[in-house]
Structures are given as structure tokens and as C-alpha cells.
Write a protein that binds this ligand. Structure first.
Ligand code: SAH
Length: 247
């Protein structure tokens, strides 16, 4: 009998941010395929007897191409296994979850999707930056700073509208281009920006600056991936609402 694939969001890092459903599935899986962004404390929940497979995408490390991950999920499920495909954050937000499911549909493998706390929500909460606020931002946009061909081509003219918050995933490498383009398209150079490194983990670091100076700040502090950019007037609240590691 065919097993099932569970596409599970592991949240941004803090294991207590797992959903109860994610926890139940991780602790009872036969096979777990996980990414680089899934933290060690969550990996430790996988049962001894389960088959653990790292399929991450760290640039320098050896890892499986996306097509092979897709077909591996189907193969393992067809062996009758309960397969958990564990992804950082939420599987449907910059997580290629859709691509993996398309293959399962094609192979007639049953699946379920378990949402997770996406980095935007987790990092904002743990940094003390509300993504919307009646006085500052009526909308929030999640963007990726890294496109398929390696370029950063975003709808800049829309991104400089007032009263919105921009959350940029994978924005560290393209930060120079991102900040320059936003200013070129009319964003005030003093627009507040936060960068959250390893958000929600015990190693979280938060730096605030302006769109003009944020690149220098990340360089000076040697900010590393995973890091999330939050751009907008809501960032000014961080000063007042910061709580993580404080109380
Ligand atoms: N599916 C994931 C995103 C995967 S893309 C989600 O919903 O969160 C990977 C990017 O997410 C990273 O480059 C970084 O920008 C962001 N990210 C993920 N976890 C993070 C964390 N703990 N702290 C800061 N940024 C994080």
C-alpha cells in the first residue's frame, strides 16, 4: 500500500514554534527529508529508527538537485512509508513546496500540507517589529531578493509606495542592488530597515539602520544567512517593543 507524504513547515528556528501537528508527524515519521534551515533541536525530534536524509541547498555543500528530491519523495511513499518533507518556515512561502507536490500529484501519491510559521512572522515577532500598524503600514509584502537566474528584478516602482512594509527573504546577497534600486525609484534614504539574522533562535541578532546605510551595517557586523530584511516605518517601533533576550 502506498504511504503518504507530509509537506511540513518547521518554522523559523525556535522548536517551540512548531505546530502540534508538525511535532506529531516529525516524531512518528518513517522517513524525514530536511533542509539546511531546519535547526538541530528539531532534527533531534526525529525517531532513532527513522531514515533521516539531508537534502539541503547550502551553496558549498553537496546536496540533491530539486528533481531528485521530488522523485525521492514519491519513491519512499510508494514503499509504503510515512514520509515527512520538512522545510524551514512555511512550505508554501519561498519553499518550493508547490513544485514538490506537483510531482506527487503526477505520481498519484497522497499528501498533506502542514503550514509553519514563516520567517517574516517569526523574525518580526522576536525582533519586536509589528509588520502592520495603524499609524505606519496598511499592507505588507513578502518578496524574494534572489531570483532563479541570480538577478534581483523586483517591481521597484510599487515597492516605494508609502504605508507598506517590505519583507525580503534571501536579500543579503543582493542587498547592495536592492537598497540602491529602492532609493533610485524614490524611497527616502532615511527609510528604516532591520536585518534579523537567525531569527527566533538563541543566536538571533537584530540590526536596525536606514536603507542608505544598511549594507555597511551588515558588512561591519558580518551578518550571515539566514537573514531577513524588514523595510518600512514600522521598524522604528523596534526600539520600544524589543523583548527577546531582554526579560
Ligand atoms: N519557507 C521559508 C523561507 C525559505 S527561503 C519560510 O517560510 O520562512 C530562505 C530565506 O528565509 C532565508 O534566506 C532568509 O531570508 C529567510 N529565513 C528563514 N529562516 C530565517 C531565520 N530564522 N532568520 C532570518 N531569516 C530567515
Amino acid at each position: 500500500m502506498t504511504g503518504k507524504v507530509y509537506l511540513v513547515g518547521a518554522g523559523p528556528g525556535d522548536p517551540e514554534l512548531l505546530t502540534m501537528k508538525a511535532h506529531r508527524l516529525i516524531t512518528s515519521a518513517d522517513v524525514v527529508l530536511y533542509d539546511r534551515l531546519v535547526g538541530a533541536e528539531i532534527i533531534a525530534l526525529i525517531p532513532e529508527a527513522a531514515e533521516k536524509m539531508y537534502v539541503g541547498k547550502a551553496k558549498s555543500m553537496h546536496s540533491l538537485p530539486q528533481e531528485e528530491i521530488n522523485s525521492l519523495l514519491a519513491v519512499k511513499a510508494k514503499e509504503g512509508k510515512m514520509v515527512v518533507r520538512l522545510k524551514g518556515g512555511d512550505p508554501f512561502i519561498f519553499g518550493r513546496g508547490g513544485e514538490e507536490l506537483e510531482e506527487l500529484v503526477q505520481e498519484s501519491v497522497p499528501f498533506e500540507v502542514v503550514p509553519g510559521i514563516t520567517a517574516a512572522a517569526g523574525c518580526a515577532a522576536y525582533a519586536g517589529i509589528p509588520l502592520t500598524h495603524r499609524d505606519y503600514a496598511q499592507s505588507v509584502r513578502f518578496l524574494t531578493g534572489h531570483l532563479k537566474d541570480g538577478s534581483t528584478e523586483l517591481p521597484w516602482d510599487e515597492l516605494v509606495h508609502p504605508a507598506q512594509t517590505l519583507v525580503i527573504y534571501m536579500g543579503l546577497t543582493g542587498l547592495e542592488e536592492i537598497s540602491q534600486s529602492l532609493i533610485r525609484f524614490g524611497m527616502v534614504p532615511s527609510m528604516p530597515v532591520a536585518v534579523v539574522e537567525k531569527g527566533t533562535t538563541s543566536e538571533q541578532r537584530v540590526f536596525t539602520s536606514t536603507i542608505r546605510d544598511i549594507l555597511a551595517v551588515t558588512k561591519k557586523n558580518d551578518v550571515k544567512s539566514p537573514a531577513l530584511l524588514i523595510i518600512g516605518d514600522v521598524v522604528t517601533l523596534q526600539n520600544k517593543l524589543e523583548w527577546h533576550g531582554k526579560y
